[in-house]
Design a protein around this ligand. Structure first.
Ligand code: AMP
Length: 190
């Protein structure tokens, strides 16, 4: 399963909750990048400048990282991708990775949110967590990059009949319940 949505829509929070219900790992490319930056790995060094500027890390780097992660043992029964794919090239790369293991994307969940609400949430997160890319100019840039590079994936997955949209406004539990209701309509959870 794939989770789509603008920065600040609550993807990370909901990914953890939904993955637990599905009994699969939640894989956040942003978390993996940040862990690599913190550990000072080569991948972290490659990614840091892009992350700090609110740009996407190049597809080649991101795709290789995801291919490695989803080949691990805990992904055999499925997984939830949070923040990947974000470009059309990543969609194609994911299709290939899944096809080579005889699997496919079952469902793409889009979490929607209004721009001003997400900016406000992210500024609040900045004061709580101190993420380097949660400053207002970088937040605005990340929203622009999302609109240009990632929002088109909503149409792409709609055409494939895989997209389900859920309103991400409201409290965390309320949004989780909406998501689980949508998943049960699609037979992903009982
Ligand atoms: P996130 O935690 O999902 O907001 O991601 C934080 C940052 O990590 C993004 O602004 C990008 O710089 C980078 N990143 C995460 N996922 C991807 C991806 N699929 N493609 C390229 N860059 C990514």
């Amino acid at each position: 399963m794939v989770l789509l949505g603008p920065p600040g829509a609550g993807k990370g929070t909901q990914a953890a909750r939904v993955a637990e219900h599905l009994g699969v790992p939640a894989i956040s490319t942003g978390d993996i990048f940040r862990a690599n930056v913190a550990e000072g790995t080569e991948l972290g060094t490659q990614a840091q400048g892009y992350i700090d500027r609110g740009e996407y890390v190049p597809d080649s780097v991101t795709n290789a990282m995801v291919a490695d992660r989803i080949s691990q043992e805990d992904c055999r029964e499925g997984f939830l991708l949070d923040g990947y794919p974000r470009t059309q090239a990543q969609v194609a790369a994911l299709d290939e990775m899944l096809a080579s293991s005889g699997s496919r994307v079952d469902l793409v969940l889009e979490i929607t949110a209004q721009e001003e609400a997400v900016v406000e949430r992210l500024l609040r997160r900045a004061s709580e967590q101190g993420r380097a890319d949660d400053t207002e100019p970088v937040i605005r840039h990340r929203l622009k990059v999302y609109a240009e590079a990632t929002a088109p994936l909503v149409d792409l997955y709609t055409r494939r009949g895989l997209l389900v949209s859920v309103d991400g406004m409201g409290d965390v539990e309320e949004v989780t319940q909406r998501i689980l209701a949508a998943l049960s309509r699609h037979d992903l959870v009982g």
